[in-house]
Design a protein around this ligand. Structure first.
Ligand code: ATP
Length: 227
């Protein structure tokens, strides 16, 4: 017995990992896997953005293609799910709307963990209703091993202070009670930009993305005109 009432259901822990995934690559997948393991998440939803608010004018593949590649990349992992929430919603894909959608539609009442890289966390202030995001959800920020969890780099520290997080054991907590955990992952220095540039330069992208994703990109002739 662990002190919990008999039959009490444990709260599901669900990760929400949004991005343009243009295309999804092994950096995204490995980070999500380590976030899941470290935080004991029951599921991680990959949520491709329809129109990412922070990215315009780049070589953005159609949402259907990016969604299909995320589905191919995650299909062998029983903890990984794909959500069409943002792709199906019209207008720019704001994270705060997505979190509200998940809270509204979840059958049980899971604990949500918004997953992002340190680069995104450092820019959180510019996101729509950023304060609300930190009040609605826990955050899991995966960092390069150099950004030690107990000693975040100044950029990350400034964001922590801005959102009222204070240190507690090996995580941070804000006045709403939601946590922020820095997860030091095995960081693959790969980006979707690098992959698009390689394709445009007729270079191989094998072993930077899952094989099925490389095949899909080739079959649909994506990113050939890239920038
Ligand atoms: P682009 O190069 O087009 O800007 P990207 O590779 O940064 O794309 P996004 O889809 O913009 O990918 O990122 C989605 C999320 O994945 C963000 O939270 C970002 O911080 C994170 N991320 C991006 N690259 C990596 C990586 N190599 N390892 C871990 N996380 C990453």
């Amino acid at each position: 017995m662990n002190g919990e009432p008999r039959g009490a259901a444990t709260t599901m822990r669900v990760g929400l990992f949004g991005g343009s995934f243009n295309p999804i690559h092994l950096g995204h997948l490995r980070a999500a896997e380590e976030d899941r393991e470290t935080l004991g998440l029951d599921l991680v939803y990959f949520i491709p953005a329809a129109a990412p608010p922070h990215k315009s004018g780049e070589d953005l593949a159609a949402a259907e293609h990016r969604l299909a590649m995320v589905q191919l990349a995650t299909k062998g992992n029983r903890y990984f799910m794909v959500s069409e929430a943002e792709v199906r919603r019209s207008g720019p894909s704001y994270t705060v709307d997505t979190i509200r959608y998940f809270i509204r539609t979840a059958r049980a009442k899971p604990e949500f963990f918004l997953i992002m890289g340190g680069d995104q966390f450092a820019e959180l202030e510019t996101w729509k209703e950023a304060d609300e995001i930190t009040r609605l959800s826990n955050l899991a920020v995966h960092t390069r091993p150099a950004d030690r969890a107990d000693e975040p780099e100044p950029r990350l520290l400034a964001t922590l202070e801005r959102f009222g997080y204070s240190a507690k054991e090996d995580f941070f907590v804000n006045p709403s009670g939601h946590t922020l955990t820095f997860v030091a992952t095995t960081f693959f220095p790969v980006s979707a930009t690098l992959i698009r540039r390689k394709i445009a330069a007729h270079q191989s992208i094998r072993y930077l993305v899952p094989g099925d994703v490389a095949d899909y990109i080739e079959r649909h002739a994506l990113y050939r005109a890239g920038r």
